[in-house]
Design a protein around this ligand. Structure first.
Ligand code: HEM
Length: 292
């Protein structure tokens, strides 16, 4: 009779840094895919895995990585995220001790930091759950809606107006795909660089409704190469949202500070405090920092 092999491996911060480094490598190794980077789609995975949280019932959030299961993987809002989950699966095979929730959220942190964004405090502790932990459909925002919907969705997670506006600045990165959301195009001219260009463009460009067969979206009048979703444009129309959007357009340091805090909070939604390994979140080093 063979005894079960005892695996009392307790990963340290250095072990998680190794995973971070591997994530950084893999998101950069994207070939012809979207400007040669999986960074934006991996960031979107971290957000959609966390943004299902409902503070009233304590359900949803990043704890159980339930997007591994159907039907959540097939929810309309998650269209295209199989790309990010498949990229992450490679890393999971190499570091089998990490939970999916920790892996996906750490990847969100690595994506932001490696694309020249702010440092985002992060700590491990999420556990792999079961299909029965899955949140219902409809918890993520619908891009065709207005300010009341945005508030309903984000207040349910426990965010306020300032945090909502800061989080949406992630749309400096990546693009919309017609075969995923139906929308089309990037928000900024540098979709693999974390900047406050999203807010600057919102105020500096003239935005007009695009004439096309797809869903209602805006395009910049000058170049017609950038886009805004109806929910992005609302940040310049709603009085309270506008105040913060303007502040972030004018002050990149303020944006970085507020994004970091709100994103760190997002990534911990739904994780019971006692599950966290460290009492304070860690700052993972960028690949560049480790070179010097
Ligand atoms: C992409 C909607 C908030 C990060 C997208 C797409 C839509 C969308 C429709 C395009 C998906 C595709 O076709 O590939 C929204 C709405 C939001 C919101 C309605 C809130 C009102 C956020 C937040 C984050 C985020 C809070 C992160 C903190 C991203 C990123 C992409 C993206 C990085 C690009 C993905 C890629 O390039 O593949 N979002 N989003 N979004 N979103 Fe959001």
């Amino acid at each position: 009779q063979s005894a079960k092999v005892a695996t009392n491996f307790v990963p340290t911060k250095a072990d998680y840094q190794k995973v971070y480094n591997r994530i950084a490598e893999v998101i950069d190794d994207a070939g012809d895919y979207d400007n040669g980077s999986f960074g934006p789609v991996v960031l979107r995975l971290a957000w959609h895995a966390s943004g299902t949280y409902d503070k009233a019932t304590g359900t949803g959030g990043s704890n159980y990585a339930t997007m591994r299961f159907q039907p959540e993987s097939l929810h309309g809002a998650n269209a295209g995220l199989h790309v990010a989950r498949e990229v992450m699966e490679k890393i999971k095979q190499e570091f089998s001790w990490i939970s999916y929730g920790d892996l996906w959220t750490l990847a969100g942190v690595a994506a932001v930091q490696e694309m020249a964004g702010p440092k985002v405090p992060w700590r491990p502790g999420r556990i792999d759950g079961f299909e029965s932990h899955s949140p219902p459909d409809g918890r993520l925002p619908d891009a065709s809606q207005g300010a009341p919907h945005i508030r309903d969705i984000f207040y349910r997670m426990g965010f306020d107006d300032q945090e909502i506006v800061a989080l949406c600045g992630a749309h400096a990165l990546g693009r919309c795909h017609t075969d995923r959301s139906g929308y089309d195009g990037p928000w900024t001219f540098s979709p693999t660089m974390f900047t406050n260009d999203y807010y600057k463009l919102l105020f500096d460009e003239k935005w007009v409704w695009r004439k096309w067969n797809g869903p209602k979206q805006l395009e910049d009048k000058k170049t017609k190469s950038l886009m805004m979703l109806p929910t992005d444009y609302v940040l310049t129309q709603d009085k309270s949202f506008k105040k913060y959007a303007k502040a972030y357009a004018d002050d990149v340091d303020l944006f970085f500070k507020d994004f970091s805090a709100a994103f760190a909070k997002l990534l911990e939604l739904g994780v019971p405090t006692q599950q966290f390994v460290a009492s304070e979140a860690w700052i993972m080093q960028t690949v560049d920092e480790q070179k010097s």
